[in-house]
Design a protein around this ligand. Structure first.
Ligand code: HEM
Length: 416
C-alpha cells in the first residue's frame, strides 16, 4: 500500500521534486516533504537556503543539545538579516555560553511556574474581554476572523502586561512582530515589502527605546523595570541589552501562541469527533494542546551554525555552515511516535516534543504558552456554543518558519 503522507508530494511530482522551504507548495503543506526527507535524505543541502536541513528526531535532538558544535550565534542574523531591530547586541536566543547562561538565568526568574500561575486569572479575563468585544462588534451570532480578532490579540495582551507595555497599542505590536518575522522570507520579497519590514523594525525599536527611558526615570512593577535593575555577576544590563531582551520576549510571546490557537481550531475542524469530545469534557484541553503542538507546531524550523567540520548521518557538514533542524519533522518521526501522521489526542507521548526546542535554548515561554492556550480554549468553548471555520481551505501564513493561519473566518453563536 502506498504511504498516504506522500500523496500530496506524488500529486506535485512533475513540478516539485525536492524539499525547498521557500516553495509555496511546501509552505502550504510541508509534512509530506518532511516524511520523504526522513525516509530518503535525513540530512540534505538546500540550495535556496544555503543550509543543511535535518529531518530525523534523534539528529535534531542531538544537535540542539550540542551547542558547542552547533552554535546559536547566527540564529538571529539567519532569521532577520539586516532587519534585526537591535543589531548592536545579539538577543539571548542567538547567544552561546557564557553570555547566554547569564541572561537566561535572569530571564528564567520571570517565567518559573509560580510566576506563571499568578497570571492565570488574568488570562481568563483577557480571553473574556476579547470575546465581549467580538460580541459587541458583531452581535450574538454571525461571522468574524478568529485569527485576527482573537488569536492575534490574546497573547500580545498577556505578554504586554508581563513586560509592562501599554496594551492600547497591542494591534500595532502584532503588525510590527509579523513584519519583522517576515524578514525570514526576505530573499523572496521586492523593495516595497522590504521597506514595510524595515519600517516595522524601526518602529518596534523606537517604541522600546522610549519605554526604557520612561521606566529608567520611574521604575514600575513590571519586567522591563526588573531587567533595568537586575545585576548579572555584579554587572547591570545595558540600555540596549534590555531593549533587545524586551523585543525578543515580545516576538517570542506573540506569534507563537497566536498560531497555536489558530491551528488548534483548524485541527478541531478537521477532526469533528475530537471537537465534540473536548467541548463535552474540558479536561481534555491540555491533551488537545499537546497534540496540536506535536502535529502542527507553530515553530517549524530553527537555525544553528557549525563551529567545526562534522559528519551527520553520513553527510559532511563543513565548519561555518547553516543547519536547519526541522522541529516539525522530528515531531512526526515514526521511530519515536506511533502512527505519527494521525492526529490523536489520546496518544501516549513518550519522548519530549521538539516544538519548544531542546537543550540550553529550550523555550523560556513554554509554561506560559501552554497555560495561555488552556485558558483561552476553555473560555472559547464555554462562551461559544458554535465556532467553526467557514471554509476547509486554510490561508496559512506565508512562512516556512512560523505555522499558523493568516486569516481564519469563522461562523459563531455565543451561549446565552
Ligand atoms: C506555542 C508557543 C511557543 C512555541 C512553539 C515556542 C517555540 C520556541 C522554540 C522552538 C525555541 C527554541 C529556539 C532555539 O533553540 O534556538 C524557543 C525559545 C524561546 N522562546 Fe519560545 N515558543 C513559544 C512561546 C513563547 C512565549 C510565550 C515566549 C515569551 C515569553 C517565548 C520566548 C522564548 C524565548 C525568550 C526563547 C529563547 C530562549 C533561549 O535562548 O534561552 N516563547 N521558543
Amino acid at each position: 500500500m502506498s504511504d498516504p503522507t506522500l500523496t500530496v508530494l506524488e500529486s506535485h511530482k512533475s513540478e516539485v521534486r525536492v524539499y525547498d522551504p521557500l516553495d509555496p507548495v511546501v509552505k502550504h503543506e510541508p509534512y509530506p516533504f518532511y516524511a520523504k526527507l526522513r525516509r530518503d535524505d535525513p540530512v540534505t543541502w538546500l540550495p535556496s537556503m544555503q543550509a543543511f536541513a535535518v529531518a530525523r528526531y534523534d539528529d535534531v535532538d542531538m544537535l540542539l543539545k550540542n551547542g558547542k558544535l552547533y552554535s546559536s550565534s547566527m540564529f538571529w542574523p539567519a532569521l532577520l538579516g539586516e532587519f534585526d531591530p537591535v543589531p548592536e547586541v545579539p538577543p539571548m536566543i542567538s547567544m552561546d555560553p557564557p553570555g547566554h547562561v547569564h541572561l537566561r538565568k535572569l530571564a528564567n526568574k520571570a517565567f518559573v511556574p509560580s510566576k506563571i500561575k499568578a497570571l492565570v486569572d488574568r488570562t481568563y479575563e483577557v480571553a473574556n474581554e476579547l470575546i465581549d468585544d467580538i460580541v459587541e462588534k458583531h452581535g450574538p451570532e454571525g461571522e468574524f476572523d478568529f485569527a485576527v480578532d482573537f488569536c492575534a490579540l490574546y497573547p500580545v495582551t498577556v505578554i504586554a502586561q508581563v513586560l509592562g507595555v501599554p496594551t492600547a497599542r497591542r494591534a500595532e505590536f502584532k503588525i510590527w512582530v509579523d513584519n519583522v518575522l517576515a524578514a525570514a522570507n526576505r530573499a523572496a520579497y521586492g523593495p516595497e515589502r522590504l521597506a514595510e519590514i524595515q519600517e516595522s523594525s524601526d518602529k518596534i525599536r523606537a517604541f522600546f527605546e522610549e519605554l526604557y527611558d520612561e521606566r529608567a526615570a520611574c521604575l514600575q512593577n513590571d519586567l522591563i523595570s526588573d531587567f533595568i535593575q537586575a545585576e548579572i555577576d555584579g554587572e547591570k544590563m545595558s540600555r540596549i541589552e534590555v531593549i533587545q531582551m524586551s523585543i525578543l520576549l515580545l516576538i517570542g510571546g506573540v506569534e507563537t501562541t497566536t498560531n497555536l490557537l489558530g491551528t488548534t481550531l483548524i485541527e478541531l475542524n478537521r477532526h469533528p469527533d475530537v471537537y465534540a469530545r473536548v467541548r463535552a469534557d474540558q479536561t481534555l484541553v491540555p491533551a488537545l494542546i499537546e497534540e496540536v503542538l506535536r502535529y502542527n507546531p507553530p515553530v517549524q524550523i530553527i537555525f544553528r551554525h557549525t563551529m567545526e567540520d562534522t559528519i551527520l548521518n553520513g553527510v559532511t557538514i563543513p565548519k561555518g555552515s547553516t543547519v536547519m533542524p526541522l522541529l516539525a519533522s522530528a515531531n512526526r518521526d515514526e521511530s519515536k511516535f506511533a502512527d505519527p501522521e494521525a492526529f490523536d489526542i489520546d496518544r501516549k507521548i513518550e519522548v519530549p516534543l521538539m516544538s519548544f526546542g531542546q537543550g540550553p535554548h529550550f523555550c523560556l515561554g513554554n509554561y506560559l504558552s501552554r497555560m495561555e492556550a488552556r485558558s483561552a480554549l476553555e473560555t472559547v468553548f464555554s462562551r461559544f456554543e458554535l465556532l467553526e471555520p467557514i471554509s476547509d481551505e486554510v490561508d496559512w501564513l506565508d512562512s516556512y518558519f512560523a505555522r499558523g493561519p493568516h486569516h481564519l473566518k469563522v461562523r459563531y453563536r455565543v451561549r446565552s
